[in-house]
Design a binder for this molecule. Structure first.
Ligand code: 1CP
Length: 338
């Protein structure tokens, strides 16, 4: 059990002396120390596979920000290369993936190809017993969208057309991702991950109907399978949160990580789910007083004494200032629940 178990307590809705805080993308380019370590490897994939460096990077936010949880350093796209998809990160452009769109060009997932990820978890656990360790994966839809788009997208046009016009293939692909993630995340849990977060970053582009018919059943199936085997808490991060929150509440997730479209002062009363979020990341570009004010406004609006985890509504960006991020964490940590 980590010495600081605020996150685990909040997930179980047990009393906490203050709200726990960690930030999505907390280890990243906004940190000088990250950029220094990153410079030691030529490309991002080899950086993810360098166990020593990945462990160091995972621990940076604990050392420099003193957050209440460590998320292991890796990327959601990592397991896709084990399916036979070529994954590359082009500097200043983002990920580039190549796959024909045909299921016959994919291979069965071999979890051992990602054994370095499980080793990073074991080493991060061994290196510190201060805070819980979060393992993670992309949710099936978000991973499928990268496979079909071949990278980032503005409108997810290819993914939507694939979903609508090749529904059979789309569903087979989603099933393959559910099997893959079940195996990948089970290995992370076996390696010692205290919590698992699923990132469904691009659901905000979908209609409610498509989310309900084409995305929700697969997230539900994946979480159900993990829950039958483990009691490890599961957090589901999804964008477009206010449109689908009633559906997301039906998932076997322990906590919902929501974006800033959700009014937590209302949602925390309506539902007994644990919530994580949901400060607008853009607040971090504002003046110090504004950062503090916005964080306190959110904290004061939470009508709960536990069952809440402070985070952003989406991840930190590379051009944010470290000092503002630190100020944000310190502000949350000094807030007392009354
Ligand atoms: O060169 C670099 O340093 C690349 C920047 C970078 C970093 C720091 C990428 C490339 N990935 C990561 C790490 C990362 N990615 C973590 C590490 C742990 C942490 O500190 O949080 C995590 C959890 C992720 C998850 C991730 N990767 C998501 C889901 C979260 C989110 O922000 O929505 C997504 C969508 C990705 C894809 C990805 N990885 C990297 C890039 C540039 C992108 C593309 C983002 C896009 O499509 O706009």
């Amino acid at each position: 059990m980590p010495k600081n178990d605020l996150l685990l307590k909040a997930l179980r809705k047990e009393p906490v002396e203050r709200f726990p805080v960690w930030l999505m993308r907390q280890a990243g380019r906004y940190m000088r120390e990250y950029r220094d370590l990153r410079a030691r490897e030529e490309n991002f994939m080899s950086f993810c596979k360098n166990i020593d460096l990945a462990v160091k990077v995972s621990l940076l936010p604990l050392e420099l920000l003193k957050v209440d949880a460590v998320i292991i350093f890796s990327d959601i796209l990592v397991p896709l290369s084990a399916l036979g998809v070529e994954v590359e990160f082009v500097e200043n452009e983002g990920p580039k993936l190549s796959w024909s769109g045909n299921l016959s060009d994919l291979k069965g997932y071999d979890a051992q190809e990602n054994s370095y990820v499980y080793e990073i978890i074991r080493r991060v656990k061994k290196a510190q017993d201060e805070v819980p360790v979060i393992g993670f994966g992309g949710a099936p839809f978000t991973l499928v969208s990268y496979m079909i788009e071949g990278g980032s997208s503005r409108d997810f046009r290819k993914t939507k057309l694939y979903m609508w016009e090749r529904e059979y293939d789309y569903r087979r692909l989603m099933e393959l991702l559910v099997d893959t993630l079940e195996s990948y995340l089970s290995h992370q849990i076996e390696a010692g991950a205290d919590v698992i977060q699923l990132f469904d970053s691009w659901t905000g582009y979908l209609s409610r109907e498509d989310y309900e018919e084409m995305v929700f059943p697969y997230v539900s199936e994946l979480m159900g399978r993990l829950k039958r085997r483990y009691d490890t808490p599961l957090i589901y991060f999804f964008r477009g949160s206010s449109s689908f929150i009633d559906l997301a509440k039906q998932l076997p997730a322990d906590a919902l990580s929501v974006d800033w479209s959700v009014d937590l002062s209302v949602e925390c009363v309506r539902s007994d789910k644990v919530f994580q979020g949901n400060l607008e990341p853009t607040v971090l570009y504002a003046r110090e007083e504004t950062v503090k004010l916005k964080a306190l406004e959110l904290l004061r609006s939470i009508p709960r004494r536990t069952g809440y985890i402070f985070n952003l509504g989406h991840g930190l960006a590379p051009d944010m200032e470290f000092d503002k991020v630190k100020l944000l964490v310190d502000t949350v940590k000094s807030f007392r629940i009354n």
